[in-house]
Design a protein around this ligand. Structure first.
Ligand SMILES: Cc1cc2nc3c(=O)[nH]c(=O)nc-3n(C[C@H](O)[C@H](O)[C@H](O)COP(=O)(O)OP(=O)(O)OC[C@H]3O[C@@H](n4cnc5c(N)ncnc54)[C@H](O)[C@@H]3O)c2cc1C
Ligand code: FES
Length: 233
């Protein structure tokens, strides 16, 4: 484990923050770090850039983290895991809620490397749509219609010409991923999709077995990014 110092915190509202630290980690989009919030637990978080994590408060540790102050220290292990596979052609990014975190990093990485990027960014309500300005060419959708189009990301994906994309990257709640998986399975395009999975983790390095999925793959060491045709929802 090594320590980083918090350099800046962007607090979007009472439940969401992006925390920047003073070191750029040698990493790729889709990789995660184990973050030790001193006095609390060690938790897995995707990198939202080489020097940041973007966090939703769901329990004690994430609540403490979104309220951390500039100058405080965090313990870090990693970066770990298999990242997204880049494309030089047309990319479709599909983000649900805090699932946008690793896709912020991927978006910035692909921006100068691929032909075009389209983002579909959805959430239950406006409050969960954070840092929208990070995405260019983005379509917003909310379940309650408080911002953008009213509906789900799947409603928008159904209107896309899926064959025109060389890669489709998905991250969000399990139910959303499941629905997308089924849709892409029906169109027989799972081989060009990538899903970032978020199972409960302990060691983060493939040893303890706590993140194993039904298909036997470990989210921490075999993922967290998997090709659609490697998954079985
Ligand atoms: C590879 C990976 C990357 C992640 N990236 C991010 C990220 O970029 N930003 C972010 O905000 N969160 C991310 N998470 C989820 C984050 O790790 C959990 O929200 C965190 O561990 C919860 O800790 P806590 O002590 O605050 O809450 P806890 O008290 O542990 O849990 C509070 C509630 O959240 C649920 N929960 C806990 N862990 C998870 C999980 N992994 N998935 C779904 N529900 C969970 C619990 O069941 C419980 O209902 C990621 C998880 C993984 C495995
Ligand atoms: S967290 Fe221990 S094997 Fe994945």
């Amino acid at each position: 484990m090594f320590s980083v110092r918090v350099e800046k915190v962007i607090k979007y509202n009472e439940n969401f923050s992006t925390i920047f630290f003073d070191s750029y980690l040698k990493s790729y989009p889709g990789q995660f770090i184990m973050v030790n919030v001193f006095g609390y637990e060690e938790i897995p978080l995707s990198l939202s850039s080489p020097n940041s994590v973007t966090v939703k408060a769901v329990g004690e540790t994430t609540r403490a983290l979104i309220n951390i102050q500039t100058g405080e220290l965090l313990g870090i292990r990693g970066p770990f895991g298999r990242p997204f596979t880049p494309t030089s052609d047309r990319a479709l990014l599909i983000a649900g809620g805090i699932g946008a975190a690793p896709l912020f990093y991927l978006h910035d990485y692909l921006k100068t490397r691929c032909k075009s990027i389209k983002v579909i960014y959805g959430a239950k309500t406006q409050e969960e749509l954070i840092w929208k300005s990070r995405f260019e060419n983005v379509v917003i959708v909310t379940e309650d219609g408080s911002e953008g189009i009213k509906g789900t990301v799947l409603d928008l994906v159904k209107k896309e010409d899926i064959d025109s994309y060389s890669k489709i990257y998905c991250c969000g709640p399990k139910e959303m991923l499941k629905a997308l998986y089924k849709h892409f399975e029906d169109f027989d395009v799972l081989n060009k999709t990538e899903f970032s999975m978020e199972n409960y983790m302990r060691c983060g390095i493939g040893v303890c077995g706590s993140c194993v999925m039904e298909n036997g793959l470990r989210v921490c060491a075999d993922g967290p990014v998997f090709r659609g045709d490697e998954l079985d929802f």
